[in-house]
Design a protein around this ligand. Structure first.
Ligand code: ADP
Ligand code: MG
Length: 568
């Protein structure tokens, strides 16, 4: 193939623009991204070589090497991992495969485009090289392909990239950064080492550099720092989750989180455990503080990576976490699963089921310990969590029958008692003598719920009503019908039966009124005959003359409105 020029996909151009104009505040992350790609490439080779050991050729030891040429002002990140074919290079280094990219880019407004946190969360990956380089060259050869099918990819990070065929005996990839004049500080062994140990200590793969020593003979006898030929590891090269809990510092846990999540903020909580018993595995799970931009995309890749005995298997392992916990990030490393476990097998495996159940329980207990804590700090953390992820956690009530009780205790609502943070247990503890049901009303907003005429009698009697104003609440109500033996009852449905809460006196008055107003009611019924099923006297109103209710078991007026809006 002679040299070919290709145009970047539109989204890539936008990303490149952001990279070069917004990410200068934290430049050094480019090295983290490129080393992590190199490490991913080695993970992929290791996995493919389980079935095809010949892919390892004569170089079975996988590593990443970082070196520079001070004169040429180039910095190279070399790996002997899977490499790329020409098609792969064009696809992976010319487009963005991640789902939701277009939507994400479109949503960003001018200010947000300068927000490195937001962009960092999205993960600029490979293109971050252009933060410090004005040209990037990638030389690569895919494992299993002949030396003549090597590829050189090259770009100045503007609109286009070039591809050409080269001969490359070594498998794997060199990413060569031609540093901008003002970025030559990265041409320093000390500087590179300090960045690598900061970001890449936890990688299980060794990152190697050539050591520099003082040679008194060099430089015409004046002495100079010279590179030795041997390569030495500069990271710990031990998977963080495989280390003993007592040996990992809080700072290391936080740094690891940032790398797997692209979140610049510290996590809300995390848990690290070695689980033994029916199924043996290690779990390191994090709950983020802030919801990602694509939280509501139920099909997005899960945040939990699956390893088997330290070998990376896959990172969209939805079999490992229920959908309603899709915000959880982390690593699961199994000791029992076969290394060549397939996606299909994952879905059926009993070990995987046990892992999923175990991890779900862990996450719920993390949340419970915040929610039930005596510390005001933890409670505030839980309130923040609920604001970000409450809507997603509510999905759990329909998905996870085994944990429905634990879930329902974690839910928080607004009520006529407080605008937020009311748990069902709080509600029950404030129930009136003789009250059996938990009363609720659904509406579009807190204001609409509060001004609802159906609440009048409850206000008068001092009975608390939960105000359900979240879009998913209608759905929630169809799955959560009781708590602690008390049915949830909508005050906008049927003839509200206040049961023992209604005194005999009132009941009698209502019956008398119904009798006395019969002629009026009949006239109203006649007038509204195509629009109302029934017209009756009620005791539920205090100030308003009339209100509309739906029949018990019918769709609520609020839900009907929502469906109409959605065009159904
Ligand atoms: P991500 O790592 O999140 O997939 P990147 O932008 O970092 O996104 O990388 C894009 C893609 O380019 C990778 O998914 C991979 O397919 C390919 N790639 C990048 N670097 C390498 C490498 N060193 N070896 C092989 N493939 C690579
Ligand atoms: Mg990457």
């Amino acid at each position: 193939m002679s040299k070919q020029t290709h145009s970047f996909q539109a989204e890539v151009k936008q990303i490149l623009h952001l990279v070069t104009h917004s990410l200068y505040s934290n430049k050094e992350i480019f090295l983290r991204e490129l080393v992590s790609n190199a490490s991913d490439a080695c993970d992929k080779l290791r996995y493919e070589a389980l079935d095809k050991p010949e892919l390892l050729e004569d170089a079975p030891n996988l590593d990443v090497r970082v070196f520079f040429d001070a004169e040429a002002k180039t910095l190279t990140i070399r790996d002997n991992g899977i490499g790329m074919s020409a098609e792969e290079a064009a696809a992976h280094l010319g487009t963005i495969a991640k789902s939701g990219t277009r939507e994400f880019m479109a949503k960003l407004d001018g200010e947000q485009k300068k927000d490195a946190n937001l962009i960092g969360q999205f993960g600029v990956g490979f293109y971050s090289g252009f933060i410090v380089a004005d040209r990037m060259t990638v030389e690569t050869r895919r494992a299993g392909l002949p030396a003549e099918q090597g590829v050189r990819w090259s770009s100045e990070g503007t609109g286009e990239f070039e591809l050409e065929t080269i001969t490359r005996p070594e498998r794997g990839t060199d990413v060569i950064l031609h540093l901008r004049d003002e970025e030559v500080e990265y041409l320093s062994t000390w500087k590179l080492k300090s960045i690598i140990s900061k970001y890449s200590d936890h990688l299980s793969l060794p990152v190697l550099m050539q050591q520099e020593v003082w040679d008194a003979e060099a430089n015409e006898g004046k002495g100079a720092q010279v590179k030795k030929d041997e390569w030495e590891p500069v990271n710990k090269a031990q998977a963080l989750w495989a280390r003993a809990k007592s040996e990992v510092t809080d700072a290391e846990y936080q740094e690891f989180y940032k790398q797997i999540s692209y979140d610049q903020e510290a996590p809300l909580a995390y848990t690290h455990n070695r689980v033994e018993g029916r199924s043996e595995y290690t779990q390191l799970l994090y709950i983020p503080k802030k919801a990602p931009f694509d939280l509501w995309n139920r099909d997005k890749r899960g945040g939990v990576k699956l390893y088997v005995k330290r070998v990376f298997i896959m990172d969209d392992a939805e079999a490992l976490m229920p959908t309603y916990l899709r915000f959880v990030k982390g690593v699961i490393d199994s000791a029992d699963l076969p290394l060549n476990v397939s996606r299909e097998l994952l879905q059926e495996s009993r070990d995987v089921k046990a892992i999923r159940e175990g991890c779900t329980k862990r996450v719920l207990s993390m949340l419970e310990s915040l929610a039930d804590s005596d510390s005001a700090d933890d409670k505030a953390k839980y309130a923040d969590f609920w604001k970000e992820f409450g809507g997603v956690l509510k999905e759990g009530i329909g998905e996870d029958f085994a944990n429905r009780e634990r879930l329902s205790k974690l839910y928080r609502f607004a009520s006529t008692h407080a605008d937020e943070g009311v748990s069902l247990a709080d509600y029950v503890s404030r129930m009136k003598e003789g009250q059996e049901a938990i009363y609720v009303i659904t509406a579009d907003s807190l204001a609409a719920a509060k001004s609802s005429p159906q609440l009048e009698i409850f206000k008068k009697k001092g009975i608390e009503v939960l105000l359900l104003i979240d879009r998913v609440d209608e759905w929630l109500l169809s799955h959560l019908y009781e708590f602690d033996g008390h049915p949830l009852q909508s005050v906008a449905k049927g003839a509200v039966d206040l049961g023992k809460l209604q005194d005999e006196e009132e009941k009698k008055k209502a019956e008398e009124a119904a009798e006395a107003f019969k002629p009026v009611l009949d006239k109203l019924k006649e007038a509204l005959k195509d629009r109302a099923k029934d017209v009756r006297v009620t005791t539920r109103l205090v100030d308003s003359p009339a209100c509309v209710v739906v029949e018990e078991g019918d769709m609520s007026a609020h839900l009907a409105r929502m469906l109409k809006q959605a065009g159904q």
